[in-house]
Design a protein around this ligand. Sequence first.
Ligand code: NDP
Ligand code: 2IT
Length: 448
Amino acid sequence: MPQLHEHLMPIFEEIVRRNAGEPEFHQAAREVLESLGPVVDRPGGLVDADLIRRLCEPERQIIFRVPWVDDAGRVQVNRGFRVEFNSALGPYKGGLRFHPSVNVGIVKFLGFEQIFKNALTGLPIGGGKGGSDFDPKGKSDGEVMRFCQSFMTELYRHIGEYTDVPAGDIGVGGREIGYLFGQYKRITNRYESGVLTGKGIGWGGSLVRTESTGYGAVFFANEMLRTTGDSFDGKRVVVSGSGNVATYAIEKVHQLGGTVVAVSDSSGYVVDEKGIDLELLKEVKQVRRARINEYADERGGAAYVAGGSIWDVQADIALPAATQNELDEDGAIALIRGGVRVVSEGANMPTTPAAIRSLREAGVKFAPGKAANAGGVATSALEMQQNASRDSWSFEYTEERLEGIMRSIHDRCLETADEYGVPGDYVAGANIAGFMRVADAMLAFGVI
Ligand code: NDP
Ligand code: 2IT
């Protein structure tokens, strides 16, 4: 593990001590602190360790009971979370995740990452994240609705268009945002469109928001390829996951002339040498909410591998788009052996620190999620702009804005990496560039 700057080591130790049992938060914080050494050492720089210490403590953490009644009439109790991490640049902004693995440490790591990601977009949004250990898998629409209504019955008092603006993440898509918005509207008696993003197109949503994270991750990877005069054309691509981010990453790769040959879910992966049939994938995952093996059952020539590692599939470009720490050192070594040239994170922190080191040592271009998957939250901010002006933009215009934002994040990362003496290091570039924007605002506000 790289050494931390002598002024940052005590901050990391304090994080570990005060947030015991939250390894994902420690991991996310350590990665950012590793990048900030040159910032603290900058001659004449205004940033000191105390500002960084303040930034590592969430402004507010909310944990609440979510009781609901299942279809059999039994009372179920889940736990709800919202970590409002930093509001220096705008209202707290970040998704809600519904997955059995959710706990305060997971929400804190996601909220922490979100601060820097949102800053990189250049748009006026602070960082936050929330969710629940509720598992939507196998639940009826009625159960999901009752859960969402109960969740919002507590959450509504903490959020608002100028305060905190949630959206989707794992397990939270258009259906859930509909139930959540409906309950917020009912409780508050306000049609406050800007309180949630990812809404349906007919009731305040933005075109391209559904596609934006996946499209954005591919736009970002395309910029990485362009630095060496390359492109997606003719490339073999592996995309892990088969949810929102993965699906629209595949769509954009195919539009740019690449071929996605493998996708996965938490039960296994599918290899389809002809290229993933997106209509069939959407039918299996979005309409039927079924498992990925059904894709292979119905698609001639495709093979399903139960369990196993999708990173064993040879590829030029890999886009991890499922969940945290899904690409470990063994996976990275397998990808390197297969000749991978670019790894761009569609998910949040999907690559372990050891895997990132292996990729870097092998000369693979690597983009961290806080830069590469920022297209989702950026388009959420565009949805907020449309809501504020009671307007709605065309698909083409919104996609153009998204592409421009991704290009500017890419360039900002590289310029910052150059400026701080680590050329080509997208991780340091993203961390420092995002951090500096937040730090400037925090300095202006004084100690609050
Ligand atoms: P979805 O719920 O739509 O899809 C998640 C996918 O990842 C599913 O294929 C799921 O498989 C798989 N997955 C989830 N958890 C695990 C796990 N513990 N182990 C293995 N596979 C898992 O979520 P999204 O596509 O929205 O999110 C994917 C990633 O992208 C997350 O890291 C999220 O934080 C990040 N992200 C999402 C954004 C968005 O706008 N939605 C924006 C930026 C980042 P299964 O169905 O079997 O559980
Ligand atoms: O991780 C993320 O950036 C998201 N889940 C999207 C957040 C948002 O507010 O659109």
